[in-house]
Design a protein around this ligand. Sequence first.
Ligand code: AMP
Ligand code: MG
Length: 340
Amino acid sequence: MTKILKINSISPEPSKIKEAADVIKRGGTVAFPTETVYGLGADALNPEAIRKVFKAKGRPSDNPLIVHIFDMDTFQLVARRPAKAVIDLINRFWPGPLTIIVKKKKVVPDIVTSGLDTVALRMPDNKIALSLIKKAGVPLVAPSANLSGRPSPTRGRDVIADLSGKIDVIIDGGKTRIGIESTVIDMTTSPPTLLRPGGLSVEDIEKVVGHVQRLSTSHENMPARSPGMKYRHYAPKARMVIVEGDSDAVQSDIIKLAEKGLKDGQKVGILAFHKEFRVEGCITKYAGSRCETVAGRLFDILRAFDKDGVDLIISEPYDGEGLKLGIADRLRRAAGQGKQ
Ligand code: AMP
Ligand code: MG
């Protein structure tokens, strides 16, 4: 049912790219790697194809999709004339992990944008992704290629685990470089609004467009502004708790919670960010010290805890600016805590 195509990420085989592109052209679904996470691609101008994406993922229909393009002709096809600040962002950061919300043109079906008059656009920095989009000759919707709510896929095997039998093709192109999703910025507001922290730091964006406002979930119109943000995301099967506080207190609180879990007969996992530490009888996973390493490993670790059959994940806290803001956001959402 689902064809697996192994493709070389440095020099993608043209015949395999063509095979996958033909599936897209016929209205099918193809999972492919980007530099952030794997995406589930379909023709962004074909509502029937897009319905298949929502169905395979079990994605709520009011959560709009990002449209992936490979050139500026396609930008002009789907978006109204960009402001100078948008052009500056594109020149500086595309291809790359930045999604820009702009006013859309009529050609973009309502199912892509959940009826909004804006569209989210991105040019991914991955050879397989770019050659697939180019060969297909159409823009592609490409939400993360996981079952809705699960940790995002950073390897072909994660996509196979979630979507095998539900989609037409899975391209396995190795591990994705960044490991968390793109940063989403709304350029239809003044000042621009950060809707989702991610692979590109908001501080870098501010060097190009000036002040960017941050939204929090306490913000009343959050669901209307970025509909996808209201859903539980990235969640492992285990219950997950983040222990907050200063570092000594955190360590002893984690140990206490872990011992209680063990006593209750639970299989306990510990997620460490600062240093490796062991609690007898628990499975500890250390995400690394550099934030680039943590971003690359986070979803992988959450999936690994599931494979281990862990019931309770106890996590150290994680905070900071730049890429760390995106990591902290994914961690909180995985624990079901929303945006803060
Ligand atoms: P995902 O595809 O799951 O990585 O999510 C894409 C994110 O972009 C979701 O949080 C959406 O709510 C958001 N998004 C997509 N299109 C729009 C749009 N037109 N306006 C605001 N947010 C959007
Ligand atoms: Mg997703």
